[in-house]
Ligand binder design. Structure first.
Ligand code: SF4
Length: 459
């Protein structure tokens, strides 16, 4: 691998990565994305198993059993800041704790014993069994073990084929989780699913209670949520998913495939929505009301938006005065979140100088480019060296990102806003927009950064 610095338009630290970085207004070709990470590049992405676990872990009454060495189980119950209104089963973490002996002789017996133990002690309505690199590599047949255990216990023991090595792209883990969900909700012989006017809310994980915020808006305009995938969901509620009138999709990366599968199998249409930021929230509510086409609902939606905007805009205006002209960078997991943050920061009068995602698709990057000013760096599947380079080059004041970007930003003396899946504060809806603006203001305008600059220690 040629690691010499290249001065081409992409300016990557590793030459093989130049097509994964572009500058708006300059680049003629499309960004290279939706592919495996380049070996040795030290991607900011997590593994396939992590991708599957972030999608499934919020199912509150299911048990989550990681079939692998104990190290994999560090991606554990707090991988999402999802809240529950009922069961706390999901806040346990189970692992088969594979050892050398299991690698040599196979881990299937141990897995079956663990399943029996969980059923004996907790009797959950479902267990998700995740394969990891080690169990996948030695060829443990988790599908067969889960099938036998399902029959033994007459309950849903669902295999999740999420061995970390399956791909260098976490999206493969999202798909493994989606397949597991479709297996769980597929009606069995004799099951009845009642058709309703309710909607399912896909790609909503109830971080800090965000699902409850949207639920309140929807209830106010006259719609009930059937079940969210997967925030604050239960196994029984998920099995009623085919009865919904409409599916909303928020986190597109993790849930578009599920939405398409639900449309194919049960004829349920879907709409993309985004409840991060005041403008996005208003747009999404209008879209939903228009879909139902009920005049009373459309009227109630407009009244809700008018009331909420009148309440929050004066507060946002105060932050706008402090933040206008500050330079921001965004690096997040999925493109839907990047779009939401771009809009919010722009509404605060800020300049976006760098944007990137771990798992964006070509059409999502095309959409992102239309929202950005010429000269903005767009980067797919970044590594820390690239982020550091552009954060310094672009003289960034604040970065919005996830857990791995936080350290980098602070190390460089840059403000940081957490928009990760393990965050505990809700940022959705109108009040979420105010909370986000406050967080951006506090971290950007804290005097600590000017102190660091004065002592020459910034960057
Ligand atoms: S599945 Fe593989 S890559 Fe993921 S945590 Fe386990 S060992 Fe690491």
């Amino acid at each position: 691998m040629d690691t010499s610095s290249v001065t081409a338009e992409g300016s990557a630290c590793i030459s093989e990565r130049q097509n994964s970085i572009l500058t708006t207004g300059k680049s003629k070709s499309s960004i290279h994305c939706a592919d495996d990470s380049l070996a040795g590049s030290v991607s900011q992405r997590a593994c396939v198993f992590c991708g599957a676990r972030v999608v499934l872990n919020p199912v509150t009454d299911a048990a989550h059993l990681v079939h692998g060495p104990i190290g994999c189980a560090t991606y554990t119950w707090d991988i999402r800041g999802s809240l529950s209104s009922g069961s706390e089963m999901y806040r346990n973490s189970f692992s088969t704790d594979m050892k050398e002996r299991d690698v040599v002789f196979g881990g299937e017996k141990k897995l079956a014993t663990c399943i029996d133990e969980i059923m004996g002690k907790y009797n959950p309505p479902a267990i998700f069994v995740y394969s990891t690199c080690v169990s996948g590599m030695i060829g443990d047949d988790i599908i067969a073990v889960c099938k036998a255990a399902s029959e033994r216990h007459a309950t849903d023991i669902i295999p999740v084929e999420s061995s970390g090595f399956l791909s260098g792209n976490k999206v493969v883990g999202y798909r493994a989780a989606a397949i597991a969900l479709m297996q769980l909700i597929k009606p069995r012989e004799g099951d009845t699913v009642k058709k309703t006017w309710k909607l399912n809310f896909l790609g909503e994980y109830n971080l800090g209670g965000e699902k409850w915020v949207v639920e309140r808006y929807l209830r106010e305009i006259g719609i009930e949520i059937n079940v969210a995938f997967t925030g604050d969901s239960t196994v029984a509620a998920l099995k009623q998913a085919p009865g919904a009138y409409l599916n909303l999709v928020q986190c597109t990366g993790s849930m578009h495939w599920v939405a398409m599968s639900l449309e194919q199998e049960f004829g349920t249409p879907y709409l993309d929505v985004n409840f991060f930021g005041a403008a996005n929230t208003a747009e999404s509510l209008r879209k939903i009301a228009q879909f139902y086409g009920d005049a009373g609902m459309i009227r109630r939606t407009e009244a809700l938006i008018e009331h909420e905007q009148a309440r929050i805009q004066p507060v946002l205006q105060k932050y706008r005065k402090k933040l206008a002209g500050k330079r921001a960078a965004i690096y997040v997991g999925g493109a839907f979140k990047a779009v939401a943050i771009i809009r919010q920061l722009k509404e605060l009068g800020m300049e976006i100088v760098l944007t990137g995602t771990q798992t964006g698709k070509k059409e999502e990057y095309d959409n992102l480019s239309t929202l950005l000013d010429p000269g903005t760096i767009i980067i797919d599947d970044a590594n820390p060296a690239e982020l550091e380079k552009f954060l310094l080059e672009k003289n960034v004041d604040v970065m919005a990102g996830g857990v791995k970007e936080r350290v980098l930003a602070y190390k460089l003396g840059i403000g940081f806003v957490d928009h990760n899946h393990d965050r505990k504060d809700g940022l959705a809806g109108f009040d979420g927009a105010v909370r986000f603006a406050r967080e951006v203001y506090v971290t950007t305008c804290t005097p600590v950064w000017s102190q660091l600059k004065a002592t020459g220690r910034r960057g």
